[in-house]
Design a protein around this ligand. Structure first.
Ligand SMILES: C[S@@+](CC[C@H](N)C(=O)[O-])C[C@H]1O[C@@H](n2cnc3c(N)ncnc32)[C@H](O)[C@@H]1O
Length: 450
């Protein structure tokens, strides 16, 4: 098992990357891509099945791109995630490593997400079996994109990722739209009405539903909203967006709150986080709590520290650790996320946080350090690309006592750790699983000044 959840095989001294198999399978492969140093292939015939395999529980497994590792057991998934972190730190980081802490598995391995986004389409994906059957199928779909296909949507009957009422709401919206002849969107022709459905379920029990449509049809929208409000009284935030753009993003559009509040709340140790339609919040909230507790533990805060929380998003880590620190400075690119971060401090009476919006390599400056002081601890949680080289250089210059590096990409984390090893030792490594049934892994590295 190697990067991106693919398996590695060898043929004539050439490596072959294969998706949809398990280590130990004996298979015939069809090459789908040939490069100078490697090939990609797909299985066409299985001679022997690996002992690591288990029966996938979802009828959409194999077609849907959502849970590509359902065919291997959870303990095996955890083993390979931990190995992925170790391989990257050893091969790319090339630094002395302590013994790893065992990966923190997610207690929930199904129904662990608090947000799902479904797309409407009038050209649903048909499986090979459906095409071969010669039968006519309803081509309207409400579900997920087929991997690599922007124009094809798999109609989802049941999704194991988000707890109820997620499935019930999606099925009801689909049924209602069909009954009322509300046309499902045609992405190629850019026409139709029903575009997208977002469901957010918080650990406080609050539920947000956002319906996205292509054009303004007030009467139809009111009837749909009324129907949803009456059928699901548990929806605490019912919203819609009219989006006539070429894509489904709505960060630049008005979101209309039809019923309830324009946001919901997540709760962590009594700290409330307000989550609006455009806000980012970790999608596995229970496991985010475990991740943040570990991050705080590794930061080893006593109440006297100045902490910089880099790539703070909506200030979740910053606010979570604020009560154990003297002061926390949060920095993030997206201005609306910084607005959320400030609100989250306010509504929790947290007064020792300051947030800045902008590019990290510009904001993390000598001037900022002169204004607030040299941090004792830096917590950093960059996007998949890792930290910009200038940011790493600045960290080496600012030289906090401890850097707690949280990452969703072990390869870029390993690269950054190698750069930081000029002045830091890796003293703890704690992988965390946020996304069961997928190959994704989160990892925390504690770097201690030499
Ligand atoms: C992995 S998320 C961190 C989320 C946050 N720590 C949390 O737990 O909710 C990475 C964040 O980095 C931000 N980001 C990406 N590039 C950036 C940059 N160049 N400067 C500042 N922030 C950036 C993204 O907008 C995103 O919010």
């Amino acid at each position: 098992m190697v990067a991106e959840g693919k398996c590695l095989a060898r043929h004539d001294n050439m490596v072959v990357f294969v998706a949809g198999v398990a280590p130990g399978d004996v298979v015939d492969l069809r090459v789908t891509r040939k490069k100078k140093s490697y090939m990609e292939a797909e299985p066409v015939h299985f001679h022997e099945l690996s002992e690591l395999r288990v029966q996938p529980f979802c009828e959409h497994f194999g077609t849907c791109g959502g849970c590509k590792w359902q065919h291997i057991g959870y303990d095996t998934q955890l083993y390979f995630k931990q190995k992925q972190v170790k391989d990257n730190l050893e091969r790319i980081g090339k630094v002395p490593l302590p013994e790893f802490d065992p990966i923190l598995g997610s207690e929930k391995t199904r129904y662990y997400r608090n947000k799902l986004e479904y797309t409407f389409s009038n050209t649903s994906w048909l499986t090979k079996e459906q095409i071969q059957s010669g039968q006519e199928y309803d081509r309207d779909a409400l579900g997920f994109h087929i991997p690599g296909r922007f124009d094809k949507i798999l109609d989802i009957k049941h999704c194991y990722l988000q707890p109820d009422p997620s499935n019930a709401i999606r099925l009801e919206v689909r049924k209602y739209a069909k009954e009322q002849n509300l046309p499902f969107f045609d992405i190629v022709k850019q026409e139709g009405y029903m575009r997208n459905l977002i469901i957010r379920t918080a650990n406080t029990g609050e539920v947000m539903v956002i319906v996205q449509v292509y054009e303004d049809r007030p009467a139809e929208m009111q009837a749909l909203m009324e129907h949803l409000a009456a059928t699901f009284p548990e929806i605490t935030s019912l919203q819609y967006v009219v989006n006539a753009k070429g894509n489904e993003t709505f960060h630049d559009l008005e979101v209309v709150c039809y019923k309830g509040l324009p946001y919901i709340h997540e709760d962590m140790e009594g700290i409330k986080f307000r989550v609006g339609p455009k806000s980012f919040y970790q999608t596995n909230a229970d496991q985010a709590y475990e991740l943040y507790k570990k991050t705080r533990e590794l930061a080893n805060l006593t109440g006297n520290e100045l902490v910089y929380d880099l790539y703070t998003g909506a200030g979740t880590i910053a606010n979570f650790v604020a009560r154990q620190a003297r002061e926390v400075i949060g920095i993030e690119y997206v201005p609306s996320a910084i607005e959320d971060a400030k609100i989250n401090s306010q509504i929790n009476n947290i007064t020792n946080t300051t947030f800045y919006a902008g590019d990290m390599k510009d904001i993390l400056s000598d001037e900022l350090v002169a204004r607030h002081g040299r941090p004792d601890v830096v917590i950093t949680d960059p996007p998949r690309a890792g930290m910009h080289e200038d940011v790493v250089k600045k960290l080496l210059q600012v030289h906090p006592n401890r850097i707690v590096y949280v990452s969703c990409n072990p390869a870029t984390q390993a690269r950054d750790v190698e750069w930081l090893s000029e002045k830091y030792d890796v003293t703890r490594v704690q992988p965390v699983d946020m996304f069961p049934q997928t190959h994704h892994v989160e990892n925390i590295v504690l770097l201690t000044a030499k």
